[in-house]
Design a protein around this ligand. Structure first.
Ligand SMILES: Cc1ncc(COP(=O)(O)O)c(C=O)c1O
Length: 374
């Protein structure tokens, strides 16, 4: 048996999504920039996909741009906001994904922005009073970049409050929503935001394709130069099958959101209870019984020779889980999120993350194996 409990790293491609993509890999070979019928077929597929994404976000179609994924989308937003919108200060947190943290660090190193890190508590929740103080302390043009759902510990941002604070203080608001789109309803009309990002492989779509929402008021210049694809914003022949797959996966996630969420949340609770009964001295990270991303459960196991190689031993037992985010797994340095939250804690953290394809039988299997490993 092989159990895949690493759905925050990536999710399995849905069969329905694959079937929707296949014609664009097999017979519809046209380049969307070609003006003949084959090209127009591909162009229509991309524009239909854009309409689907825009509809579910309550955005305009002109505000959605397809990219290669979450990393590119956040790079584009942060770098273009500094280059084209006069942003001189970025407020972010120490527990953002590296696609935001490293981009911000590089902008700072290049002397292009000043960076402020907002305080976070032990559960990874943003200190909103501190955010307000930072916003009010300085009236240079500011962009706030805070993630909607933390990929390692599952803590959620109070996006409504952050959006309101940014509006009151004339700051731009970017949220890395990669772990949230397709899992929570997002409506850019009721929650004003300037930029948000999505990645198809986090909601049962293909890898290597994503999107960025750029609010119509913020006109930025091309990020990748070349042809006039994506209305001049991102040159290069489009990943047609990927874009079609992204839209189908997004549609399925939004249409089945409540049902999937309920199922995954019940599975997570079942896992939590079984885990506590089997190994009482564990602790859970993040806002695990408050306002959390239902697909993530971050667990700390007491440091001992038996837990030292826990992720490795689980793998040998047929279980895929993660020590942190996928990008940092395998790297000895460990999780920058846990280091920011609990700098002196020596316990071993494992992130288990679920999808609607997982079952209670799989949970039982993982508990049995964990008991043996510990
Ligand atoms: C919160 C978050 N942001 C961004 C990314 C990067 O997305 P992509 O893999 O599409 O580049 C990830 C993926 O691990 C993520 O979890």
């Amino acid at each position: 048996m092989r159990v895949y409990f690493d759905n925050a790293a990536t999710t399995p491609l849905s069969e329905e999504v694959l079937q929707t993509m296949l014609p664009y890999l097999r017979e519809h070979q046209g380049n969307p920039s070609s003006i003949h019928a084959d090209g127009r077929k591909a162009r229509t597929a991309i524009e239909d996909a854009r309409k689907t994404v825009a509809n579910y976000l309550n955005a305009s179609i002109g505000e959605i741009f397809f990219t290669s994924g979450g990393t590119e989308s956040s790079n584009m937003v942060l770098k273009c906001a500094v280059r084209d919108l006069g942003v001189q200060r970025i407020i972010t947190s120490k527990i953002e994904h590296h696609c935001v943290l490293h981009t911000v660090e590089n902008l700072e190193k290049a002397g292009l922005v000043q960076v402020n890190y907002v305080n976070i508590d032990k559960k990874g929740k943003v200190d909103l009073e501190h955010l307000e103080t930072l916003l009010q302390a300085d009236n240079t043009k500011t962009l706030v970049s805070l993630m909607y759902a933390n990929n390692e510990i599952g803590t959620l941002l109070d996006t409504e409050k952050v959006s309101a604070l940014c509006q009151e203080n004339q700051a731009l608001f970017h949220s890395d929503t990669v772990q949230a789109v397709g899992h929570f309803p997002i409506d850019v009309q009721s929650m004003p935001i300037n930029f948000l990002t999505g990645s198809a492989h986090k909601f049962h779509g293909p890898k290597g394709v994503g999107f960025v929402y750029i609010n119509g008021d913020n006109i930025i210049n091309p990020y990748i130069n070349g042809g006039s694809q994506e209305r001049n914003m991102r040159a290069g022949t489009e990943n047609v099958a990927g874009i079609v797959g992204l839209a189908k996966a997004f549609e399925l996630s939004c249409e089945n959101m409540q049902e999937r969420r309920k199922y995954i949340d019940e599975l997570r609770s079942y896992f939590k209870v079984q885990l506590q009964a089997a190994i009482p001295d564990i602790t859970f990270n993040g806002d695990h019984d408050g306002h959390y991303l239902h697909k993530v459960l971050s667990v700390s196991f007491p440091n001992s020779p038996k837990t030292e190689l826990i992720v490795f031993n689980l793998d040998i037992a047929g279980i895929s889980a993660s020590g942190g985010s996928a990008c940092s797994s395998g790297v000895e340095a460990g999780s920058h999120v846990m280091a920011a939250l609990q700098p002196d804690d020596l316990s071993k953290t494992v992130r288990f993350s679920f999808s609607h394809y997982n079952t209670k039988e799989e949970v039982d299997y993982v508990i049995e194996k964990l008991k043996k490993v510990i």
